[in-house]
Write a protein that binds this ligand. Structure first.
Ligand code: AMP
Length: 292
């Protein structure tokens, strides 16, 4: 029997969220959570639709998590639109929006953090020390509060997804993790809440990230396997964009995130590029699997 749809609920208190989730579990319902920092775009909505199709109760979390921002990063200016997010959430069939305050999530005296070793070090971990400790901690807390059977994340944040998969397995969290493909603008730019920061000129140049990924994919398809050459192909369009400053462009093993000299197994080509103060990330998995 298909359970009747629940009336939409907005929950702000972590204790109320936890109690509600316990009740839903007791009723035998399958809970899916989609954690976000809000300012929802089509990428987020694709995760919600995937979760909707695979669960009885769809929980969206909207929380700009202070512990994953470093000093001098954009915590205070991160774009927010709670009313707009709630309207989009309802249109995607969200049952519960969980929107806690930072004070409620991190009470005075908070001392506990989750660290996923090694996977938190390279790529964004090197540029943003402490970022993944904040991510792992908040995702653990959101899992404990929403008690999901399933959680959906985007491959746009490839390292985050790898780390959450590792953490969920290592700590016996018992939540199924689903990764969804990156949703892009028609010109190839990966959708991101941070795209809102870009000037018109930078927005036009920001396609250099996806053009870099495509150039490396083409090089791979024409037989190139050497990391150095694939990275050179990826960097070229970015170096040609006047407003772009490379934070990193790297090729690593897709499973372990260890550096590689050649592509012999699935590898992730990942990049972070600054336009002014705005830092954009993108990635693609380079795979040698023969095309059918
Ligand atoms: P954020 O609000 O940026 O923390 O992102 C929340 C979730 O949405 C994360 O799992 C992201 O990987 C995912 N996400 C962000 N941008 C995209 C995108 N363009 N396509 C698919 N998923 C995305």
């Amino acid at each position: 029997m298909v359970p009747a749809r629940l009336p939409f609920e907005l929950i702000r208190s972590p204790a109320a969220m936890r109690a509600r989730a316990e009740d839903l579990r007791r009723d035998g319902l399958r809970i899916c959570v989609v954690p976000t920092m809000g300012y929802l775009h089509e990428g987020h909505l694709s995760l919600l639709r995937a979760g909707r199709a695979r669960s009885d109760v769809l929980v969206l979390t909207l929380f700009v998590n202070p512990t994953q921002f470093g000093p001098g990063e954009d915590l205070s200016t991160y774009p927010r639109d709670e009313a707009g997010d709630l309207a989009k959430a309802r249109s995607c069939g969200v049952d519960i929006a969980f929107c806690p305050t930072p004070e409620a999530m991190y009470a005075p005296g908070h001392k506990s953090y989750v660290q996923v070793e090694d996977l938190d070090q390279p790529l964004c971990g090197a540029s943003r020390p402490g970022h993944f400790r904040g991510v792992a901690t908040v995702v653990t807390k959101l899992f404990n509060l929403t008690r999901p059977h399933l959680a959906v994340f985007g491959q746009k944040d490839f390292q985050q997804l790898a780390l959450i998969r590792r953490m969920t397995e290592d700590l016996d969290i018992g939540v199924e993790i689903l990764g969804m493909p990156t949703v892009r603008e028609p010109d190839g730019l990966a959708m991101s809440s941070r795209n809102a920061y870009l000037s018109a000129e930078d927005r036009a140049q920001a396609t250099c990230l996806s053009r870099g990924l495509a150039a490396a994919e083409r090089a791979l398809q024409s037989g190139e396997r050497a990391t150095e050459a694939l990275l050179a192909a990826a960097r070229a369009p970015i170096e040609a964009a006047a407003g772009a400053r490379i934070d990193y462009v790297e090729l690593r093993d897709a499973a372990t995130l260890e550096s590689i000299e050649r592509v012999d197994a699935p590898a992730v080509l990942a990049m972070a590029v600054f336009f002014g103060k705005t830092r954009l990330i993108d990635n693609t998995v380079l795979d040698l699997a023969p095309v059918a």
